[in-house]
Design a protein around this ligand. Sequence first.
Ligand code: SF4
Length: 174
Amino acid sequence: MSKPIIRIGVSACLLGENVRYDGGHRRNSYVTETLAEHFELVPVCPESELGMGVPRETVDLEGDISAPQMIGTHTRKDWTQSMNCWALNKIQDLAPLALCGFVMKKGSPSCGVYRVPVIQENGESLPEGRGLFAQAYMRANPEIPVEDELRLEDPLVQAEFQAKVMALHQSRQK
Ligand code: SF4
């Protein structure tokens, strides 16, 4: 019997795609070797897919921790609305793939899940935010396990993540 196809979304830079602001990648061997053995990996790069370019200016999150603005570091270009709109469309486009999990790049103003810095009016940077795409994705899909690459360095977190992915896949077969 052929193996079922179980799909996981992945921040594209973790797969070795050269989509980062500096034209590089952050290939992650747990993703490209271990997860790729068991799951079909679906790359997503919010910033390059939105059309911000590669290479591109870095962006920062600013303001309200729960609904921050995405602002160009030097030009002060405001990407917030276009990124939030793009994220909602992308989430719809991904729905037919029935992703059972998502691995996001740590610390990114688009993909970061935990402790993304959000700059306050007084210049202080609070490590309490979430990237705009990660935020939108998790709000729209609360049942889908989402992890970041940093936490997935821990074998216990790896095992728990893979178990949750399998459990979600199985629950959808009923
Ligand atoms: S962290 Fe997200 S937005 Fe940044 S390069 Fe990787 S996939 Fe693209």
